[in-house]
Design a protein around this ligand. Structure first.
Ligand SMILES: Cc1cc2nc3c(=O)[nH]c(=O)nc-3n(C[C@H](O)[C@H](O)[C@H](O)COP(=O)(O)OP(=O)(O)OC[C@H]3O[C@@H](n4cnc5c(N)ncnc54)[C@H](O)[C@@H]3O)c2cc1C
Length: 411
């Protein structure tokens, strides 16, 4: 019998499998698809060591009204989805109040600040350095007023958390990114941030590393998970796969599976869309068009245009209204060329209402572990929280108690 079943082959699950393997455990990684095909494929690929403060719910009345009347591109919502989100939204609101958000940010900063150091040995061992850029992340502004206000805020973040930042004039920006159209006010450049030209590809490279080190990957449906006399098992096409312990790392699908075991996890699934464009201009470094909640990330497939958050039922059909607006915003700053896909991709950020991932022991089941809820930065944080989970599973001591699933009682 193996030691651990890791359910979910996204960045979080693959990193978990690698961390437990490095600690001497025999691990089976389980997914119904190949590794890195879902949320860990569709993201912006930014290893966000600058994102020290997780996104709070906007509390200013003006911002909330803009969202309510769908005047902001940051958030879209399906009215019929809101009743199921009332409890997590209320918890999200409480966690976003300034004092609590400050405390959460201290914990969060401790995670994201070490993220590239935790990715580095995996990138090297997986031979994936060709996918990584160490050129930072830019937030770009059209209006001087928005640029100055954000520059002040960036200065505060830089001082408080020791993150390097540089302000760039329109002329500096034009030199750094020659394909940009004129008319921009300037940019905030976070130079320490890394990014990846194929996030799904990096997740797959980590999965291959896990296999090359003796790990097994099995195709199976995680919903077949059941508790046995001596551990946990799932049904694969070639029989039952068993292990003494199981880790739930199913990203946005985690809460659905855990309902069957009696856990009511208030997971907010913030949907995002993307589409690639080729034949136009490109960028050397990913870029956030801050005023239109749009991210432009250069990928192997082309320039990926990504959106902010949408609250929708998990299985609701796509409504890419934000992507339409983001594409218009993108065309204003760069020639996009033509779309690669006929339809937009969409996937969901698995967000806990208190903006911290759930990492640790399941409160009511022996040998069951939670590892999900990484929200906007799961691609960044996978290897970091995987190391922490492995430490708790091996030693019984957990380095960051704030991430513990025991906190579900107090959300
Ligand atoms: C538009 C967008 C942009 C983003 N940009 C960034 C960014 O720049 N940087 C960053 O750090 N994060 C970013 N994120 C967030 C990041 O993508 C997620 O936090 C992260 O990918 C979550 O990883 P995961 O492994 O938990 O989930 P996933 O990658 O979704 O993995 C879950 C796995 O579980 C498997 N699975 C599900 N159900 C079953 C089942 N029944 N049986 C078997 N297997 C199952 C799936 O096939 C999948 O492989 C972004 C997200 C979005 C949507």
């Amino acid at each position: 019998m193996s030691d651990v079943l890791v359910l979910g082959g996204g960045m979080v699950g693959v990193s978990t499998a690698l961390a437990l393997q490095a600690a001497g455990r025999t691990v089976i990684l389980v997914d119904r698809r190949e590794a890195g095909q879902e949320t860990s494929y569709g993201n912006a690929g930014v290893i966000q060591t600058e994102a020290v403060e997780p996104y709070p719910l906007p509390l200013a009345l003006g911002a909330l009204l803009k969202i309510a009347f769908k005047r902001s591109n940051d958030v879209n919502y399906h009215l019929n989805a809101l009743p199921s989100y009332l409890r997590p939204l209320w918890q999200y609101f409480r966690a976003s109040l300034p004092a609590r958000h400050r405390a959460i940010s201290r914990t969060y900063a401790g995670l994201v600040r070490r993220a590239s150091a935790d990715h580095a040995p995996l990138i090297a061992a997986a031979g994936a350095d060709n996918l990584i850029r160490r050129t930072g992340l830019r937030f770009v502004y059209r209006s001087q007023q928005a640029f100055y206000a954000s520059a002040e805020e960036a200065g505060r973040v830089s001082n408080e958390y020791g993150v390097k930042v540089a302000l760039q004039s329109a002329a500096d920006l034009a030199i750094a990114e020659p394909y940009l159209k004129p008319g921009l006010a300037g940019a905030i450049h976070w130079p320490e941030t890394w990014s990846c030209a194929d996030p799904g590809g990096l997740t797959q490279a980590y999965a291959r590393l896990f296999v090359s080190r003796g790990g097994s990957i099995v195709t199976a449906d995680a919903t077949t998970l059941c508790e046995t006399d001596d551990g946990w098992s799932v049904t694969a096409s070639d029989g039952r796969m068993s292990a003494r312990e199981a880790v739930i790392a199913l990203g946005p699908w985690s809460a659905g599976l855990l309902k069957r075991f009696g856990y009511d996890i208030p997971l907010l699934r913030k949907r995002g869309y993307h589409r690639h464009f080729t034949g136009g201009g490109t960028l050397n470094t990913p870029m956030v068009l801050a005023e239109s909640a749009t991210v432009l990330s250069p990928m192997q497939q082309g320039l990926r245009v990504l959106t902010g958050a949408e609250l929708a039922s998990f299985d609701a059909p796509p409504t890419p209204v934000q992507l339409k607006r983001s594409t218009i915003a993108a065309v204003n700053v760069i020639d996009l060329g033509t779309p690669v896909e006929t339809k937009a991709w969409f996937g969901s950020r698995p967000c806990m209402p208190d903006m911290l991932p759930l990492v640790g022991k399941a409160p009511r089941h022996k040998g069951l572990w939670f590892h999900f809820g990484h929200g906007h930065q799961g691609f960044t944080l996978g290897p970091t929280t995987a190391t922490m989970l492995a430490e708790e599973m091996i030693t019984g001591k957990f380095p960051v108690p704030d991430l513990s699933p025991a906190r579900l009682r107090y959300l």
